[in-house]
Design a protein around this ligand. Structure first.
Ligand code: PEP
Ligand code: MG
Length: 318
């Protein structure tokens, strides 16, 4: 196994039959960006910005955020850095900002919903990301999208931020890409329309699985229900990838499912473009995909997508 992993180092990310794939790392703080930059990666597919908010006793200022994002962008030396905008609510709370108590926080005011309601929180972050974009290959990613209006609204605020920076004479990335996470059933069902508004998709299977199966991702009592191999989740992923490609954008995945070896072969067969995961998992997935014949993976994927149960799916995995 050790040997197999070492052998794939330095070799191109190509399947046996020459189909390319991208491997990126997820990072939850600057240390993780620093260590991920040592690996052979195409970039950071998910930079969770929550660490700046949760590890502080106040809302991080634009300047504090700018310095952190700029450092991350510089560490990556031109490789892609996908910064996800604030994703609090649900299980993630801030000590210095009391959100109203909610009966169902995972179905409540979280992530983009908070940001769109609170421009004083959202704009400093967007400005900081735009400014860091002057120092590297930075992209923005909005979490928990459920409608076309949410992307339009977020992008409108992004444009306002650009105008402000322009007026202030501060350098920023004018042509920054803005993509979205696909992690709600609503987003899957309107994926084609969303793909018309977004520059890229990243599928968040941790939340997508929870919302498709109505099973809390952190509740052990429903751990058996929570399964990304459920045909509904797999078909949702396939629909999302097809919608992205139909509109000419790329589909990636930054949920845990991307680092499951058998799932990675299935996802490749479904046409996933980018796999993003903890840096430590990348060489394992890379060698597995390098050993895979993409044509065979496509055929297996078609068969798997026609299965009606998790059991049926598991039996057909290659
Ligand atoms: C996801 O939901 O799959 C995801 C990557 O985001 P998080 O785990 O941070 O909710
Ligand atoms: Mg999520």
């Amino acid at each position: 196994e050790e040997k197999r992993l070492k052998e794939s180092a330095g070799l191109p990310s190509l399947t046996k039959d020459g189909v390319g794939f991208e491997l990126c790392a997820n990072a939850g703080n600057l240390e993780e960006v620093r260590s991920a930059a040592e690996y052979e990666i195409d970039g950071i597919g998910l930079f969770r910005s929550e660490f700046l908010y949760m590890g502080s006793d106040h809302f991080p200022t634009e300047e504090e955020q700018f310095l952190a994002y700029k450092e991350a962008a510089c560490l990556l030396k031109g490789k892609e850095l996908t910064i996800r905008t604030l994703d609090i609510g649900g299980d993630k709370e801030l000590s210095y900002w009391q959100l109203p108590r909610e009966e169902n926080p995972f179905l409540g005011c979280r992530a983009i919903r908070i940001c769109l309601k609170e421009p004083d929180i959202f704009k400093p972050q967007l400005r900081a990301i735009l400014r860091a974009g002057a120092y590297g290959n930075v992209r923005i990613m909005y979490p928990m999208i459920t409608s076309v209006e949410e992307i339009r609204e977020a992008n409108k605020i992004l444009e306002e931020c650009k105008m402000e920076l322009e007026g202030e004479g501060l350098p920023y990335k004018k042509d920054i890409q803005a993509g979205i996470m696909i992690e709600t059933p609503a987003a899957v069902m309107i994926a084609e329309e969303l793909a018309g508004e977004a520059d890229f998709f990243s599928i968040g299977t941790n939340d997508l699985t929870q919302y498709f199966l109505a099973a809390d991702r952190g509740n052990e009592k429903v751990a058996e229900v929570y399964n990304s191999y459920h045909p509904s989740v797999l078909r949702a992923i396939a629909l999302t990838i097809q919608a992205a490609h139909k509109q000419g954008i790329k589909a990636g995945m930054c949920g845990e499912f991307a680092s499951d070896e058998k799932a990675s072969v299935l996802l490749l067969g479904m046409g996933l473009d980018e796999f993003s995961m903890s840096a430590g998992e990348i060489s394992r997935i890379k060698s597995r995909l390098r050993e895979t014949d993409c044509k065979a993976a496509r055929k297996a994927a078609d068969n798997i997508l026609s299965q009606s149960s998790v059991k049926g799916v598991i039996n057909c995995l290659i």
